[in-house]
Write a protein that binds this ligand. Structure first.
Ligand SMILES: Cc1cc2nc3c(=O)[nH]c(=O)nc-3n(C[C@H](O)[C@H](O)[C@H](O)COP(=O)(O)O)c2cc1C
Length: 386
């Protein structure tokens, strides 16, 4: 009998059963001790909502905008590398579910499905996330490719100039395609949904890179290329150059500090994402929700503020909006849905979050999601906000 799914946690449990361990662990992990990864969720859970009664809440709306784009609810799918390894053709399935929900999908530079392939297989324009690579010709071509297929917005990730280490990835020997050790083969064999899907798709490598970056012809040459490509010289002048070269809407992702938020405003970007990369980079950094309020206060009205990290429910979405975010991105919440049930699973994840947000708003006496502010909060128990 199919399990009854009522929460993102249910999807996570199902994802763990259905996806080879190395890819499940790749998603459900943080850097080093995972303290920041866990703080993202724990700090959100500590924020108390304010129950209100006898308010007419019959005309509720979740419709909003993110970087000027109308959205069915203020939630976008975050860029997630290797999405097509959680489920065959994962990027296409997730982008279709996002389009049906009327929310943006962000394609990672490190996706399995290429920019062009995704555009051919979906109808709603998607956002493209860029990592700055040393090979600037390749970088320029990536921007052109995203522009050519009509990507509406560029999301430039700033917090991954060097790679945080996730112990599980090292121990599992994470590679794409998976390294076929005896243990991995036994594990994969036990996940028939996954491998039958994978056998039936041609999308099994990094689609944006193989055949596009100089000297990268296959998975073997790719791994050495990636290891040396993330550019440690990335700085605010590069950000401005990329802004000018792109010419469209620009979101800067990975801001966790008020001073950096000010620099983001000065760079002329349209939005910033308060983010610690889902706890996958600087272990020991503050949670994203703890960083949000001071940043939102400092830059209010000068740049749009988005947030990600630890959002697992509609209540979490409302908490982030109350602390100053115009919208949130979700990573693992939709990845678990995808891994558990493909496009239907992502739709389930989005339906769960939408319903929770709607009912939570109602119980807080709020009709319009755009009016969420500190008034919906009752307090926060020992949240380490500076
Ligand atoms: C498996 C995985 C892969 C990710 N890959 C990328 C990526 O390629 N580019 C990027 O900017 N962020 C990446 N992120 C970070 C997400 O965009 C986002 O910041 C994070 O997932 C938010 O936290 P949450 O998963 O708790 O919602 C990744 C996150 C996960 C979980």
């Amino acid at each position: 009998m199919a399990p009854v799914i009522t929460s993102i946690e249910d999807l996570r449990v199902l994802a763990k059963r259905r996806v080879p361990r190395m890819f499940y662990d790749y998603a459900d992990a943080g850097a080093w001790t995972e303290s920041t990864y866990h703080a993202n969720e724990a700090d959100l859970a500590r924020i108390l909502l304010r129950q209100r009664v006898a308010v007419d809440i019959s005309a509720r709306t979740l419709a909003s905008t993110m970087v000027g784009e109308p959205v069915g609810m203020p939630v976008a799918l975050a860029p997630v590398g290797l999405t097509g390894m959680q489920r065959a053709d994962g990027e296409i399935l997730a982008a279709r579910a996002a389009a049906a929900a009327g929310i943006p999908f962000t394609l990672s530079t490190m996706s399995i499905c290429s920019i062009e392939d995704l555009a051919e297989n979906t109808s709603r324009p998607f956002w493209f996330q860029l990592y700055v690579m040393r090979d600037r010709d390749f970088l320029g071509r990536l921007l052109d490719r995203a522009k050519n297929v009509g990507c509406s917005t560029l999301m430039l990730t700033l917090d991954l100039q060097v790679l945080g280490q996730r112990h599980k990835d090292v121990k599992n020997g994470l590679t794409t395609p998976p390294r076929l050790t005896f243990t991995n083969l036994v594990d994969i064999a036990a996940k028939p949904r996954w491998w039958i899907g994978m056998l039936g798709t041609k999308r099994r490598g990094f689609g944006n890179i193989i055949g596009h970056a100089k000297g990268v012809r296959d998975m073997r040459t790719l791994s050495s290329w990636t290891a040396e490509q993330f550019d440690p010289t990335l700085n605010w002048d590069d950000v401005k150059r990329i802004r000018d070269r792109w010419g469209g809407k620009l979101i800067l992702k990975g801001i966790l500090d008020v001073e950096d938020a000010e620099l983001a405003v000065a760079s002329g970007a349209d939005a910033l994402v308060v983010s610690n990369h889902g706890g996958r980079q600087l272990d020991g950094a503050m949670s994203a929700i703890a960083a949000l309020a001071p940043i939102a206060r400092a830059v209010a009205g000068r740049i749009e503020v988005l947030m990600d990290g630890g959002i697992r429910s509609g209540q979490d979405v409302l908490r982030a909006l109350a602390l100053g975010a115009k919208g949130v991105l979700i990573g693992r919440a939709y990845i678990y849905g995808l891994a558990a049930g493909g496009e239907k699973g992502v739709t389930q994840a989005l339906d769960i979050i939408r319903k929770e947000l709607d009912v939570t708003m109602a119980l807080c006496g709020l009709n319009d999601v755009n009016k969420a502010d500190a008034q919906v909060l009752a307090g926060r128990a020992q949240l380490a906000v500076p």
